[in-house]
Design a binder for this molecule. Structure first.
Ligand code: ADP
Ligand code: ZN
Length: 612
């Protein structure tokens, strides 16, 4: 097994559970694999496919996913093909022939196609195993339900001797039961790996307005020069606005949402996968169809509606296992809107509860990863050290007076205001509404002048989360004081608030540095930071360009030529012989022969140039 792993995939070790799962499949047992995105599910069925006689049939729900998998297998010299609606008749005829001759090790197929081939192609070839990828699509309870998946139970009846392996990153019990039952799996072995993704850093920023968010995003991306990332927004408008603002700052951004036509969406996805744009601003619709292993960061511009969605979306970063960063913004407006959606949805109670848990995550003052793992039923016994709470624990102060000012203002308006008007009252602003309603005559008018409006937004969000007031979604989002709030208002309890920490503004260049001076400075490209010791950042950039060139020549994405991790290893170990090149993780026999010479030459040229 290890030999096959190195020969074809270039890896020298299995990830947790991979070896056990592979043995199980080789023993022809039905198997269910639950692993997080990036956990390494593919190898679990690809390796047995290579070791067993015949062709493995892989069911996959999306053409783009099949394409990605087939391309990466072929890039490792493995005979893989896809049978789907994007093929023409000649291609299909050839494919059938190759399958019948036993030349194909893995055949990817859509579920509807599979069903129509049960009595034809599948009868004519020797099948090693069935792999059902994204198996949660079988469950109506899941988020990606596909009716065709429910008919896959014919496989167990029609091919009793062929093992079935189902794989998914959705771990909940109902989905799991559904998969086992609907595929009619026989005495299935179930493998559940940890859902922890320690390479993803976690960070939350609360109560930022648009301008501050953009400023924080720019700073964040500057720490990731040239590295791919996704920004998730709640609305289509949001994606376009954020994209526009980032483009003004000079970034290459694509937009992806359900309002675009298929071609536009395909282009956005394609540009992203092939590193032609660095950033995609997307609604949640983006991501299921991509396996890009070098997404280095994910930002949520708005709060997601549940921890499941959140985890799935950040999971698209760092599939190659390298450190990757995630950032979540969350504001009062998000809560108001999401609560409204949840309250109006079919499964109101469940959805409100899910939102509630998401909110608790965002508000947490204990290690955020512990909360996530806990949510997925795993207990973590230590703090992660890779989230903002671990790195910078929140500080609290006695905020009783601040809370009293706000609650008193709410009370004096007969609880007829939302956060905006409340802030206006506290700040002593002069607006039409304030004058019309006589709020300027209230005792609390202007009582919070000393606190900036944006900090009021933050404090009000904290107060909502502390349960001092509620938002009446059915009454223009007016704020209603709760029992807990009344206690603070009347001095029977104190309130602990969290100290607000803001991004420092980046200092603008002073006026003295005139245009002329600036243009005289050489443009220094910002380099992607090293990951390994002894890694040469400049060499990494050189190799990255070579990778892009090789990728473009073959019309495949750069991360399929070599992963980011392999590239970083090359820039650190700097192999000068083919054997040394072949020892690098991620380089199997095929890639060694195909790319070894090019990369060794590039390294030698670089060393010769930089000798001193
Ligand atoms: P999933 O399908 O679970 O999201 P993948 O199968 O796409 O994950 O694997 C994620 C990444 O991890 C891929 O780049 C893959 O090549 C890599 N990978 C898988 N197994 C190993 C391993 N044993 N050693 C090193 N890298 C691995
Ligand atoms: Zn932590």
């Amino acid at each position: 097994m290890l030999k096959t792993l190195k020969t074809y995939f270039g890896y020298t070790q299995f990830r947790p559970l991979q070896q056990e799962i592979i043995s199980c499949i080789l023993n022809k047992k039905d198997t269910l694999v639950l692993m997080p995105t990036g956990g390494g599910k593919s190898i679990c069925y690809q390796l047995p496919a290579l070791m067993m006689e015949g062709t493995a049939i892989v069911v996959s729900p999306l053409i783009s996913l099949m394409k990605d998998q087939v391309e990466s297998l072929q890039a490792n010299g493995i005979a893989a093909r896809a049978l789907n609606s994007s093929n023409n008749e000649t291609e299909n005829a050839n494919l059938r022939l190759e399958c019948a001759q036993g030349k194909i090790k893995l055949l990817y197929i859509s579920p509807e196609r599979l069903l129509s081939e049960v009595g034809f192609l599948l009868r004519d070839i020797k099948i090693s195993l069935f792999a059902i990828d994204e198996a949660h699509c079988i469950s109506q309870w899941g988020h990606d339900f596909r009716p065709e998946y429910t008919q896959l139970k014919v496989l167990r009846q029609q091919f009793p001797q062929v093992p079935i392996v189902a794989l998914t990153a959705t771990a909940d019990k109902i989905t799991r039961q559904d998969i086992l039952r609907q595929l009619a799996m026989r005495d299935p072995q179930i493998f559940i790996s940890s859902f922890d993704r320690p390479n993803l850093s976690l960070e939350v920023k609360r109560g930022y307005q648009q301008k501050e968010k953009i400023r924080a995003i720019v700073k964040f991306i500057e720490r990731h020069p040239g590295e791919s990332g996704i920004i998730y927004c709640m609305s289509r408008n949001g994606t376009e606005k954020v994209a526009e603002l980032l483009e003004e700052k000079g970034f290459k951004v694509a937009v992806y949402h359900a309002g675009l036509d298929n071609l536009e969406r395909e282009k956005a996805q394609d540009d992203f996968i092939n590193d032609r744009v660095q950033i995609v601003c997307a609604t949640i619709a983006f991501g299921m169809g991509i396996d890009k292993s070098n997404v280095r960061w994910v930002i949520h511009y708005n709060l997601p509606k549940s921890i499941e969605s959140f985890y799935q979306e950040i999971g698209r970063a760092g599939r190659d296992g390298l450190p990757s960063d995630t950032l979540l913004f969350y504001s009062f407006g998000d809560i108001v809107l999401l609560s409204k959606f949840a309250a109006e949805s079919k499964q109101q109670d469940i959805n409100l509860e899910k939102l509630n848990r998401m909110q608790q995550y965002a508000e947490s003052d204990i290690c955020r990863r512990r909360i996530l793992l806990n949510y997925f039923g795993e207990t973590a016994d230590h703090d992660c050290g890779n989230c903002d709470v671990c790195r910078n624990p929140p500080e609290r102060f006695d905020g009783t007076i601040i809370v009293q000012k706000a609650l008193s203002a709410i009370a004096r308006t007969d609880q007829q205001v939302g956060t905006r008007t409340l802030t206006d009252i506290l700040k002593g602003a002069v607006t039409q509404e304030i004058i019309d309603k006589g709020y300027d005559k209230l005792k609390t008018y202007g009582a919070g002048r000393d606190i900036p409006a944006r900090d009021w937004q933050d404090y009000l969000l904290q107060m909502l989360n502390l349960g001092y007031f509620e938002v009446a979604y059915n009454e223009n989002n007016h704020l209603k004081i709760t029992e807990a709030g009344r206690k603070v208002l009347f001095g029977h309890a104190t309130a602990q608030l969290v100290v607000i920490k803001r991004e420092e503004r980046t200092v603008k260049p002073s006026r003295k540095s005139t245009r002329k001076d600036v243009s005289l400075q050489p443009v220094i490209p910002t380099l992607i930071p090293a990951i390994f010791e002894d890694e040469d950042e400049q060499l990494f950039e050189t190799l990255r360009q070579l990778r892009k060139q090789l990728a473009d020549q073959q019309a495949i994405p750069p991360y399929i030529v070599l992963s980011d991790k392999t590239l970083h290893l090359l820039a650190s170990r700097q192999p000068r012989t083919l054997d040394a090149f072949g020892e690098i993780s991620g380089i199997g026999e095929y890639k060694k022969k195909k790319y070894g010479k090019d990369f060794i030459e590039a390294i030698e040229a670089y060393k010769a140039e930089n000798k001193r």
